[in-house]
Design a protein around this ligand. Structure first.
Ligand code: HEM
Length: 518
């Protein structure tokens, strides 16, 4: 190393012995000096870069130890390219490499679990691991959003929110879901009536419209639901695992922030209006109204002083957590039923039995309770193509996850669900869509409920399980009785797009014509 510094110091000595300022050196001497100095800087820089690269590889290998995964990580970016273009085959390769495996992206050391037991252990160990929302999430959802709470604060806050999904509340939501779905199906009859159209965006809008009406009732106008729905796509696009970190104009995060601002304007207005109406003795007709009533109930034990902003943030978090997953679940529900005419026939037979041909009568929670076959269809569709493949968590301290491996503190932990949901011992013919497996109480599927990780597990398990399941049942029930279905198969039908929830790569092209008996 010493020789690296020889040049400049001797040149400096020469310069000082002439006691001339550097700029007055003869040009040839000056050139030699500058050239030598440049070389020194070059060597120094190369040495530092090399040292950092060696350090990077050493740290990666020290953390990875014996876990399967690349022996060396790609300098600096690691598997960044893969996270930009997620691919199901690449994921499967990673999951099948071991129950625990290692990767690195931008020097974030990541441990992926692919077995039911390890995934559940991560989700159920709040003292070692907590959700790691992507970097963009705090910009988009705002740092004060309850979704960033952890530990006891999270448990306490969530206890209050659980009250919004009681059976009584869900019963009220179903009448709203019924009305919104009928409205959309009138439009679908026109839009999808002549040629097959991609279902993905209409299904997204149906979900968004339904959720906004369920959450905010008539406290927001029609044009706001359209606007929020359109802008929300910008939020989805900003939630990639890795994104340009600064919210500069033109970036995805910047656009998502604008989308959040537009949504928050309407959601805060809805909270304000709901409070006024309930104070004037109005009857609850949406989730916000239920919530305001609950907070005013003398027996309510939690915090009562929720601001409009805070309530709006909770609704924003529900939309954030639900929209893509529910749209994915619904689109695959359509695709699976359409590709299995025997299932479609059974769903229709059940509808006929339960509703006795009266399809104009609004659906209720009690009627949906009498549709075990449809419930099995939804459950199986979500198993075959789980909308959420995995959720990122963070090891808050060294996490002894197995007898021979401790996840280093601050690593990312990714419990993935796919292998558990496709375990051939629990689900024979795991890739086949077989709703009947859920109808036999003795089946291995029913005997192993802990394998069913569609909704996650532990303290952060999805809060909207019943709401989402019933919504999918309701939409599919109504679609099977209202329409004849034609699914246009394309070369991309069975390819999976990860956005980041799963969709058929051709967005499921469907034609719906009104059903004669409907
Ligand atoms: C098919 C539809 C849906 C699927 C597959 C799904 C799946 C999930 C999964 C896997 C998690 C992470 C669980 C964990 O970390 O253990 C989650 C969390 C969450 N989901 Fe859902 N979800 C769906 C619909 C919904 C709906 C409709 C809502 C809104 C009412 C919702 C609200 C939430 C919230 C708020 C969380 C975070 C809970 C917490 O941190 O305490 N989800 N969901």
């Amino acid at each position: 190393m010493a020789s690296f510094f020889k040049g400049p110091s001797s040149a400096a000595a020469a310069a000082s012995s002439t006691s001339s300022p550097l700029y007055s050196l003869p040009s040839a001497l000056s050139f030699a000096f500058n050239g030598q100095q440049s070389f020194t800087w070059l060597y120094t820089t190369i040495a530092i870069v090399l040292a950092l690269l060696i350090l990077e590889q050493t740290v990666y290998r020290a953390k990875k130890r014996h876990l399967p995964g690349d022996k060396w990580t790609i300098p600096i970016i690691g598997k960044f390219a893969n996270s930009m273009n997620p691919d199901m085959d690449e994921y499967k390769k990673q999951w099948n490499s071991g129950f625990l495996s290692a990767i690195s992206v931008f020097n974030i050391f990541i441990v992926m679990s692919s077995s039911k037991d390890y995934s559940r252990k991560i989700l159920n160990s709040p003292t070692y691991a907590e959700p790691w929302l992507v970097h963009a999430a705090k910009h988009i959802l705002l740092p004060e959003n309850w979704v960033f709470l952890t530990g006891k604060d999270h448990v306490d806050y969530r206890r209050g929110l659980n009250n919004l999904f009681t059976r009584k509340a869900i019963g009220m939501y179903i009448s709203i879901q019924d009305a919104v779905t009928r409205k959309h199906f009138k439009e679908w009859a026109v839009d999808f009536g002549t040629t097959a159209q991609p279902l993905m965006f209409p299904a997204r809008f149906l979900n968004m419209d339904t959720s906004l009406r369920v959450f905010c009732g008539n406290h927001i106008p029609d044009e706001a639901t359209r606007l929020i729905s359109d802008k929300y796509w910008d939020i989805t696009k900003a939630l990639e695992l890795v994104n340009f970190p600064l919210p500069l104009p033109g970036t995805k995060i910047y656009k998502a922030i604008q989308a959040r601002k537009a949504a928050m304007y309407w959601l805060e207005l809805a909270a304000r209006t709901s409070k006024k109406e309930m104070a004037n003795g109005g009857e609850p007709s949406c989730l916000l109204d239920e919530w305001v009533k609950l907070l005013a109930d003398p027996s309510y034990k939690g915090r009562r002083d929720l601001t409009d902003h805070e309530m709006a943030l909770v609704i924003l978090s529900f939309l954030f957590a639900s929209q893509d997953a529910m749209s994915s679940g619904l689109v695959y529900g359509f695709q699976h039923i359409a590709d299995h005419p025997e299932v479609l026939a059974k769903v229709r037979a059940e509808q006929e039995r339960v509703r006795q041909g009266d399809y104009e009568k609004p659906l209720t929670l009690e009627l949906l309770d009498e549709m075990p076959y449809l419930q099995a269809v939804v459950k199986e569709s979500l198993r075959v193509q789980p909308p959420v493949l995995m959720v990122p968590y963070k090891a808050t301290k060294a996490f002894p996850i197995s007898d021979d491996y401790t996840v280093p503190a601050n690593s990312m932990l990714i419990p993935s669900f796919y292998n558990s949901l496709h375990d051939a011992e629990v689900y024979p013919e795991p890739d086949t869509f077989l709703p009947d497996r859920w109808l036999d109480p003795q089946s291995s599927a029913n005997a192993n409920p802990s394998n069913y990780l569609v909704w996650g597990a532990g303290p952060h398990r999805c809060i909207g399980v019943e709401y989402a399941t019933l919504n999918m049942m309701l939409v599919l029930a109504m679609a099977t009785t209202s329409f004849e279905w034609e699914h246009e198969i394309t070369p991309k039908t069975n390819k999976i797009a990860i956005l980041p929830t799963l969709f058929p790569a051709d967005h499921c092209r469907m034609k719906f014509t009104p059903r004669k008996s409907a």
